[in-house]
Design a protein around this ligand. Structure first.
Ligand SMILES: Nc1ncnc2c1ncn2[C@@H]1O[C@H](COP(=O)(O)OP(=O)(O)OP(=O)(O)O)[C@@H](O)[C@H]1O
Length: 472
């Protein structure tokens, strides 16, 4: 007799993902909240966008636009606005058939003169080659038609098929003369010349957008900017203009005065957003990103308020909103609530700390570990001497160099600047001044990151040593 199917066995069994999928999803289009998404509308940036457009419109009249320096704190919409304006500029230039091209370079990634020039050279070499290829295609089809019927050459500059052949040959050798620049190995002069020739191949206005321009100057000085800004005096057919973007204006102190005044012909400032502006930005994105009614009333104002406290950073506001949505999704609820935002705020902060701590140099990790060990003993307002004693012991355990106390004091100041510890100088009257140090990040998570470092993870018997110091 056949065994009866139990009700549980009917149909396919529920798998690992069924429960996750069964809840009504919160998001309609989550990628709208990701940094890679470029919004079509940028509320509260109308003034800056109009300013950029007013300067760049001369490119569409065939003139060289002034160089622009854009600056403002992180997450204030500098890149998004500049990219928006560039796209509009390029599309309008196509509409009116005025050759104008924008090239974007992120100097955090491309941070040496060689790489910047090589990347630019290769982009223009590629453009020139494909333009030549298009022209060759046109001549080849003309040649085909002319071979069948010589009247196809009427109203053209050619008298015979052979002349078309010659033109195709010369275009092919012109195309082949554009050699790609290798990403290392050539003398810089040669790379510069390749870029120069590639750009000047035809009439056009070129806007070079150097995002995070301060990183380029920090890493390799101002030679690139010097060379780019003097190009126009030598170019014959084309014109180059620079748009630098930075969240740190101090880099201009290190520029040659000529480069500085040329780069900053026009300056546009992006001020931080306030909570109301962040609210508008979030609302516009949330409309597309979330299902109708998925957000409870307080979610957007709270994300905006948190991000406004962090120097008005729209990236942070969007991260918060997306993370809050993901946490709600994980809870299998249909609504994102205030608590999800608070949880998201904590999660983002911990993620930041983990990343900062994970990438600290070994010596800073040891100093931080010493502070943590002291805090675990319940020591408050730790002083540098106490940190130094434990630090030395840790170095012995690891058989590593011991830095001087002065150097360790510097490392503590660096940890303070990174927001990992809080070090305040207090006056002890006639005993002079001393630093009182406390941890400003969650202890357990920070310790776990330090212990995940294979070398620090091996230190087992330090705790009893620290303990012993306080038992006496
Ligand atoms: N006014 C705005 N409207 C909509 N989204 C915005 C606005 N301003 C910024 N954003 C969004 O915030 C995020 C950060 O913006 P963006 O990258 O332009 O900042 P930034 O000022 O260039 O920051 P950084 O200096 O860190 O590069 C992006 O996802 C961007 O789409």
């Amino acid at each position: 007799m056949l065994r009866e199917e139990s009700s549980e066995e009917k149909g396919p069994s529920r798998g690992l993902f069924d429960d996750l999928l069964s809840g009504e999803p919160i998001f309609e289009k989550k990628e709208v909240l990701r940094p890679s998404y470029t919004p079509r509308k940028l509320p509260h940036r109308e003034d800056q966008i109009n300013n950029m457009a007013t300067i760049l419109v001369s490119a569409l009249r065939g003139d060289t636009p002034s160089n622009i320096l854009i600056y403002g704190k992180t997450g204030t919409g500098k890149t998004a606005s500049a990219k928006f304006v560039s796209e509009e500029l390029e599309s309008t230039s196509k509409k009116y058939e005025v050759p104008c091209e924008v090239e974007y370079i992120n100097c955090e990634v491309t941070d040496t003169q060689y790489r910047v020039l090589a990347q630019l050279a290769n982009k223009f070499i590629e453009k020139n080659r494909s333009r030549i290829d298009e022209t060759i295609d046109e001549y080849e089809s003309l040649r085909e038609r002319a071979r069948e019927d010589s009247s196809a050459l009427a109203d053209t500059e050619f008298d015979s098929v052979e002349e078309v052949d010659e033109r195709i040959d010369s275009l092919e050798s012109e195309r082949d003369s554009f050699n790609e620049v290798p990403m290392t190995g050539w003398p810089t002069d040669r790379v510069y010349n390749s870029f120069f020739d590639a750009v000047d191949y035809r009439e056009r206005v070129v806007v070079i957008m150097l995002d995070e321009i301060d990183k380029l100057v920090e890493k390799s000085g101002d030679d690139t900017l010097y060379n780019l800004s003097r190009m126009n005096s030598e170019l014959e057919r084309s014109r180059v203009s620079i748009m630098g973007i930075s969240n740190d204006l101090k880099f201009t102190d290190f520029l040659d005065p000529r480069v500085n005044s040329s780069l900053g012909e026009e300056e546009i400032v992006f001020p931080p957003y306030d909570a109301n502006q962040l609210r508008d930005i979030l609302e516009a994105r949330a409309d597309i990103a979330f299902k109708d009614g998925a957000l409870t009333e307080e979610v957007i104002p709270l994300c905006a308020a948190f991000a406004a406290q962090e120097h008005g950073d729209a990236r942070r506001a969007l991260d918060l909103l997306r993370t809050a949505g993901e946490l709600a999704e994980r809870d299998n609820t249909n609504n994102v609530e205030e608590d999800h935002v608070r949880e998201a705020q904590e999660k983002i902060e911990i993620d930041r700390v983990v990343e900062v701590v994970r990438t600290l140099p070994q010596q800073s990790k040891l100093v931080l570990f010493a502070i943590i060990l002291l805090e675990k003993q319940g020591v408050h307002n730790i002083n540098t001497g106490e940190v130094y004693n434990i630090y030395k012991r840790l170095c012995e355990e690891l058989d590593t160099d011991v830095l001087t106390q002065r150097r360790v004091t510097d490392l503590i100041s660096e940890l303070d600047m990174l927001g990992i510890v809080n070090a305040v100088v207090v006056s002890k009257g006639r005993y002079g001044r001393t630093k009182e140090i406390s941890l400003s990040v969650p202890l357990e998570e920070t310790e776990a990151v330090l212990l995940s470092d294979s070398r620090l993870g091996d230190i087992e018997d330090v705790q009893p040593f620290v303990q012993a110091r306080f038992d006496n």
